[in-house]
Design a protein around this ligand. Structure first.
Ligand SMILES: [Zn+2]
Ligand SMILES: [Zn+2]
Length: 160
């Protein structure tokens, strides 16, 4: 089975509605595809900006028989999307705090480190779609020292 696989000739955002993990309200996530990256097609998995894995495809029409699906924008994705046009100080930018399940260090992923299938932390650790990851609240867990140093030096650079 051969399918046409396109690559993005410019950075683009894809919207994908995902069924909720709890409740009945679907979430509209945004997926960032960078230049030269493969644009995910129906049936493929991708990472939303907020770090949630989603499957590309049509949105569910109804969550219960006869009840149209309700969709809300994912607040975490929106925060990242709308943050892009207006450069703000680095510390105000949304960040993801990610660690591999079963490991200790919590890595920091900046918006620039996000693509449709990978997340690159400030210490250049690359997380792939399908890795067993958990997302933590800011300040939770033991931060990766190199990520921490990198985030501090970015603050200094921005302030200078
Ligand atoms: Zn999202
Ligand atoms: Zn790190």
């Amino acid at each position: 089975m051969t399918r046409e696989r396109g690559t993005a000739d410019e950075p683009r955002l894809i919207e994908q509605v995902a069924p909720p993990t709890v409740g009945l309200v679907c979430q509209r996530h945004a997926i960032f595809v960078d230049i030269g990256e493969t644009v995910p097609i129906a049936g493929e998995d991708a990472l939303a900006l907020c770090g949630v894995p989603v499957t590309i495809g049509p949105a569910p029409e109804e969550m219960l028989p006869g009840v149209p699906a309700e969709v809300v924008d994912c607040a975490d994705c929106q925060a990242i999307v709308w943050d892009e046009p207006s450069p703000r100080p680095a510390h105000a930018r949304p960040r993801l705090y990610i660690r591999r399940v079963g490991t200790v260090p919590v890595h920091i992923v900046d918006v620039e480190g996000l693509t449709a299938t990978t997340m690159t932390s400030l210490c250049r650790t690359v997380f792939h779609l399908g890795d067993q990851l958990e997302q933590l609240a800011p300040g939770a867990g033991a931060p990766c020292t190199r990520c921490l140093l990198a985030s501090l030096s970015r603050h200094v650079l921005t302030a200078a």
